[in-house]
Design a binder for this molecule. Structure first.
Ligand SMILES: *Cc1c(COP(=O)(O)O)cnc(C)c1O
Length: 381
């Protein structure tokens, strides 16, 4: 089955009791049992819910994986992966990471004795000197947020497998439409479903997909034991959102390309970080491992002025100034004070994230209106 057909049909069967074509919202906490421990596969809704099950199958199919699990947020999903580890274990991860992941790794899990190495993984070889017998996991995010660096997933997998490490990929920015890490050898794919999969800025949710039954069972055990599971209403909304994922992604990519090119040619714009440009340092890897370049990117203004960047963010009318990404509406964001404020300033600067950097999540509106909005806002700065 091709991607668009899977987006509409995978995991979703007509409801067995009524034939309802849409999976019902099974708003229940428990299920009546025929006799003790004899039931229809559902005992208590932390463990399983039919609406959530349908969604888990759908997301697994989109990633080309056998097993899917949904969580109450992307961070809940990430948390479950880190809980596969033990005190003393070490993790190789990138230095250009989602702020919330960086915060969880350094502020929560370092206290539990897990060590994280934050490395520039845009060259996988940089990891070699950090690997030792305690290294158990590679946590990769590509394209990275907000600088759109691309990590070669296959190269990391090769290095990790040689050293018996698991590879987990945060695939949120690409969505399953653009990139499928399991096909490149990764063990686990993580999504902040909040973003492209949900697609309508109305749900917080996370997901994990794997082909490995043992890993799946371990993760399902953690999900049920620790309890970060999503509710059925949210699962329903995401099932609905996924039906148009392929259509939305086509437009995100189309609009993203037009705006990246528009900004690159604008005299007031400094640097545009978009992997679709032939002169992007990781363009060739992006072309190889992604189907297209998506609707996310960042840019600076000439002279790198924070004051002018602020002026621009206050002058846009159609773009909304907000955190998050991947919804149908276009958003503008200031990483240093918003999404990435939890990373200390010295760390941010060291990794090339300047105070004037502006991030766009290009939505699916008409391109003429989006460019007209940026044009009027840029004229004011
Ligand atoms: C948003 C996001 C997360 C966290 O997901 P939540 O659903 O907000 O908990 C993790 N990684 C990336 C790349 C994200 O954009």
């Amino acid at each position: 089955m091709k991607f668009g057909t899977k987006a509409i049909h995978a995991g979703v069967e007509p409801d067995p009791s009524t034939g309802a074509i849409m999976t019902p919202i099974y708003q229940t906490s428990t299920y009546v049992q025929e006799s003790p421990a004899k039931h229809k596969g559902y005992a208590y809704a932390r463990g399983a819910n039919p609406t959530r099950n349908a969604l888990q199958k759908s997301i697994a199919a989109l990633e080309g994986g056998n097993f899917g699990l949904c969580f109450s947020s992307g961070m809940g999903a990430t948390d479950a992966v880190i809980k596969l580890l033990n005190p003393g274990d070490e993790v190789i991860t990138s230095n250009d990471l989602y702020g919330g992941s960086y915060r969880m790794f350094t502020k929560v899990y370092e206290r539990f004795g897990i060590k994280f190495h934050f490395i520039d993984l845009s060259n996988a070889k940089n990891a070699e000197s950090y690997i030792n017998e305690k290294t158990k996991l590679f946590w990769i995010e590509t394209p990275s947020n907000p600088l759109m660096r691309i990590i070669d997933i296959e190269a990391c997998v090769k290095l990790a497998k040689k050293n018996n490490c698991l590879v987990a990929v945060d695939n949120t920015f690409a969505s399953p439409y653009l990139q499928n890490p399991l096909a490149l050898g990764a063990d686990i794919v993580m999504h902040s479903v909040t973003k492209y999969l949900g697609g309508h800025s109305d749900v917080i949710m996370g997901a994990l997909v794997t082909n490995n039954e043992k890993i799946h069972q371990d993760l399902a055990f953690i999900a049920n034991s620790c309890g970060a599971v999503p509710g059925p209403q949210d699962s329903f909304l995401v099932l609905r959102g996924i039906k148009t994922l392929h259509l939305r992604m086509e437009r995100h990519c189309f609009n993203g390309k037009k705006i990246a090119e528009y900004l690159k040619n604008h005299p007031k714009v400094g640097k545009v970080y978009w992997p679709g440009f032939a002169d992007h340092p990781n363009h060739e890897i992006a072309k190889r491992q992604m189907k297209d370049f998506g609707g996310m990117f960042s840019f600076t203004l000439k002279n790198d002025s924070l004051e002018k960047a602020t002026q621009l963010m206050e002058s846009v009318e159609l773009f909304s100034l907000a955190e998050s990404l991947g919804g149908v509406e276009s958003l503008i964001n200031h990483p240093a004070s918003m999404t990435h404020a939890s990373i200390p300033k010295e760390e941010r600067l060291k990794n090339g994230l300047s105070d004037s950097l502006i991030r766009l999540s290009v939505g699916v509106e008409d391109i003429e209106d989006l460019i007209a909005d940026l044009d009027q806002a840029l004229a004011k700065v």
